[in-house]
Design a protein around this ligand. Structure first.
Ligand code: SR1
Ligand code: MG
Length: 411
């Protein structure tokens, strides 16, 4: 009987003993150092290192409530879901997720590879690093992990079995509330609206029934259309990068939903770094390389996703009716429309909702932040209301130009 045979929430002092009890990884005589390094909204993440050998590991533990709010009670089963999808994604996209050493259903903890030498992408982007291969990498990751889990490729009975294992009600509820509902009505009074934009948000979001209608349609799709096994929270805080490598982590929101949810999230989060570079870099001309990288990345990742999706479709699809002429274009057209809709939802919820992004909240100048948020909201509305028209990378860049032109430069 060990003290780790019953669930409790660990502190850094507990972690070395825990890992030694579960895994043979560190050499004898290790000199451990452990710190809690999680900066997410939900879980606890510990980095355990042996000063002698230089070896290290990460332990991620699920608590029974979210860190961001004790009102959110969450099933610890999300750890199992995350472990299972990491294994699956490792099969579909080798080397693009951290290596999982062990999932422990008792302590609801995962022991996994420490991505030494990698940086969380949002942190790196805010440090003004750019990643020339990111569009190539992330488009591969999305096509290779999403299409194979659909009914078009997977045996429909196997797919249904897989979908049953990924029923994820608590984390779906978070997304349903925070992505789809609350940004449009602030029904729980927990939106974070930047005060200088309060009237703007009232007028452009809360008082716009046409926008709310489209958010409602997208929400029902999210809740009911079991298209592909999605990551479910694919933003730049869920990605580790080096100049040559992209590693996706934190798939605890995974479940079966429209695949545009993942693609749209990524695009929106690259728009955030564009908005940050546009507003926070002084002098403004110095921001040009970062904005250009963000624009090129959005255009390229969308177009590469389309190209790779078409190639993978020819290679992988087994559903005979999907081979009917016209089907691929129709299917991909709906994926791209979903992508634009979700891109818009993510842009809005991270600007006015409960869980914001540092890309916007750290813009130091009040006027510039106000303008940045308005550009984001106008862009988001275009993406949501006109989503069927977003069928290529250039459609996003045109929409960005339209949105920026609507908000005069701040004096
Ligand atoms: C209570 S969790 C808030 C947000 O953080 C996660 O990363 C998800 O994006 C979620 O919506
Ligand atoms: Mg997360």
């Amino acid at each position: 009987m060990s003290r780790y045979d019953q669930y409790f929430l660990m502190t850094p002092e507990d972690v070395a003993g825990y890992v030694q009890a579960r895994l043979s990884f560190f050499p004898a005589g290790a000199d451990f150092h452990c710190a809690e390094i999680g900066d997410g909204n939900i879980n606890y993440v510990f980095r355990l290192a042996d000063r002698r050998s230089g070896l290290s590991l990460v332990v991620k533990q699920a608590g029974t409530e979210a860190r961001i709010s004790s009102e959110m009670r969450l099933s610890t089963d999300r750890g199992r879901i995350e472990a299972e999808i990491l294994r699956l994604e490792h099969r579909y996209a080798p080397g693009m997720v951290p290596r999982l050493h062990l999932y422990d259903p008792v302590m609801c903890a995962m022991i996994m590879e420490d991505m030494t030498g990698h940086t969380m992408m949002r942190t790196a982007l805010l440090r003004r690093e750019i990643f020339p291969h990111f569009a190539e990498h992330i488009s591969t990751f999305m096509v290779e992990t999403l299409l194979p889990t659909t009914d078009l490729v997977m045996n429909p009975k196997e797919k249904k079995k897989l979908a049953a294992g990924f029923i994820n009600p608590d984390l779906c509820e978070i997304s349903e509330d925070l992505v789809f509902t609350e940004p449009y009505n602030n029904q729980k009074g927990r939106n974070h609206v930047f005060p200088p934009n309060a009237e703007f948000v009232q007028r452009e979001i809360y008082d716009d029934p046409a926008l709310r209608l489209e958010a409602a349609k997208l929400k029902v799709d999210f809740m009911t259309r079991a298209q592909a096994l999605i990551h479910g929270d694919l933003h730049t805080g869920s990605i580790f990068v080096t100049p040559d490598r992209t590693v996706v982590f934190d798939p605890e929101f995974a479940f079966y939903a429209p695949m545009g949810y993942d693609v749209g999230n990524i695009i929106a989060n690259i728009f955030f770094i564009w908005a940050n570079a546009d507003a926070a870099i002084d002098p403004p001309e110095a921001g040009a390389p970062y904005k250009e990288w963000a624009e090129a990345t959005i255009g390229d990742l969308t177009d590469l996703f389309i190209k790779k999706f078409k190639a993978a479709f020819q290679r992988l699809v087994t559903e005979p009716l999907a081979r009917t002429p016209g089907f691929l274009d129709w299917y991909l057209g709906t994926v791209l429309a979903d992508t634009a809709g979700v891109c818009g939802l993510e842009l809005i919820r991270r600007t006015v909702g409960l869980a914001n992004v540092k890309d916007l909240t750290t813009i130091p100048d009040e006027g510039k932040r106000t303008r940045a948020e308005r550009i984001v909201v106008f862009l988001a509305k275009d993406c949501i209301l006109n989503r069927a028209a977003f069928q290529s990378g250039s459609d996003y860049l045109a929409a960005l130009n339209r949105a920026a032109a609507k908000v005069p430069a701040w004096k």
